[in-house]
Design a protein. Structure first.
Length: 96
């Protein structure tokens, strides 16, 4: 059975998605109000960035869960894992 998200991570992901949802509703209002296309496009880009950021966080969480499940516990292993995950997150962020 897949691992469940920790409460802190779950809250973070949900907050990110709620912000993106609010931004998307704002884009819909802008279209209904006939706002200029360039302004709408800027807001769509902001929504995409918010979703990309959520995807990166979710991907890092997945890697973390998988690695923790296969590594022995211990402070040294945990510190090494955190270093690897920080690097993965930086690489994923640059790939956007």
């Amino acid at each position: 059975m897949p691992a469940l998200l920790e409460a802190k991570t779950q809250t973070d992901l949900l907050n990110r998605l709620k912000r993106a949802e609010g931004q998307l509703r704002g884009v819909q209002r802008m279209i209904e109000q006939g706002q200029p296309c360039v302004d709408i496009a800027n807001q769509v880009a902001a929504v995409r960035k918010a979703l990309d950021s959520t995807h990166v966080r979710l991907t890092v969480t997945y890697v973390q869960q998988e690695l923790r499940g296969s590594l022995k516990s211990g402070a040294a292993a945990s510190m090494a894992l955190n270093g690897v995950l920080d690097g993965v997150q930086q690489l994923l962020a640059r790939a956007r």
